[in-house]
Ligand binder design. Sequence first.
Ligand SMILES: Nc1ncnc2c1ncn2[C@@H]1O[C@H](COP(=O)(O)OP(=O)(O)O)[C@@H](O)[C@H]1O
Ligand SMILES: [Mg+2]
Length: 382
Amino acid sequence: MRVAGIMSGTSLDGIDVAIVEITGTKFSRRVEVLAVRTTEYPRLVREALFAISNTITHTASVSRLNFLLGELYADAFLATCSENGIDPKSVGLIGMHGQTIFHEGDPVEYLGHRVASTLQIGEAAVVAERTGILTVSNFRERDMAAGGRGAPLVPYVDYLLFRDNKVGRVALNIGGIANLTAIPARSRPEHVMAFDTGPGNMVMDALVGQFTDGKQRYDRAGRIAAKGNVHERLLLSMLSDSYYSKAPPKTAGREQYGQEFVSGLMATGIPVADLIATATELTARTIALAIQRFVEPYTSVRDLIASGGGAHNDVLMARLGELLPQMEVTTSADFGIDVDGKEAIAFAVLAHASGCGEGANVPSATGARRAAVLGKVSAATR
Ligand SMILES: Nc1ncnc2c1ncn2[C@@H]1O[C@H](COP(=O)(O)OP(=O)(O)O)[C@@H](O)[C@H]1O
Ligand SMILES: [Mg+2]
């Protein structure tokens, strides 16, 4: 079956669409990638999303953006089809992650109750109506209803794509936040370990915005970081954050590494290029530390398979190679999975699993009581 995945991550950079051909079910699924395309968010939409993410109010903006994103997701899907000579009618299913604007995986006290919650916007009804294709959306809620943290959901797909009989592997996605899935050799799905290591590109991106007066949104290939100097004292103080020594499972988000964090860095008066170099080093070091502290004591791993936009950052990738000399650093592209399309591909697969009635959350990764069939359905047009 031909399936599309639509993903927009915490970087708020845009909409990734992947179109894949899936054969088989469960872990004998085979996934062939037909097309991947990134559609940038229009500048005003991006700014509006920044303004409402992790804030308390803004109800009208949330409602409007929900429907507007539905239109943008449908357009992004149709553009991916037309650019790649794919007939949209040949696509049988769309899996749409949506844009997370709030995520609280662990319950908090609220109105005398303990409440965990998550909110992804981007109205699937609009996507289904514009495309005519059955659309599965809102994957995280069901995992949370089953007692999970709603994240991470990609480990199921990492296990499917990258497991190996002989070697242990780490799938590392460097988006706004960096997260990894450790897959022991010859393991079962419940043996995977998955968690957020800390910042991915989020801190670097915000600093680059400041450094270039908004002209550049990220450090292309790590060129600015390559010219800056790592500020050791600042790096050590950032590394002393208790998040990095806390045992997994754990999740990080824009709450930790957003505007406040970056304002704190700017207030140090350290030259911005040096801050960018230091933030890049922080990402590399916290990934390496996470593997050394939590993965290697649990299972032996050989391959580090990077994906996400951060895989294009040469400084970051070179540092990972130096900090983890015992590992072979590769990218998902070596396994036929486009680095920028990896998460969109994952949501295509998750939608397919839902369509087959399979539970696709990995309880050991999310903390859920059981594997539940994920997602909500917006029906195809008859
Ligand atoms: N050529 C590149 N060089 C360096 N960094 C890049 C490059 N392309 C993308 N990125 C980084 O990747 C980020 C987007 O990554 P992505 O995987 O889409 O993250 P998310 O899932 O959080 O949206 C950008 O914000 C940028 O920091
Ligand atoms: Mg993105």
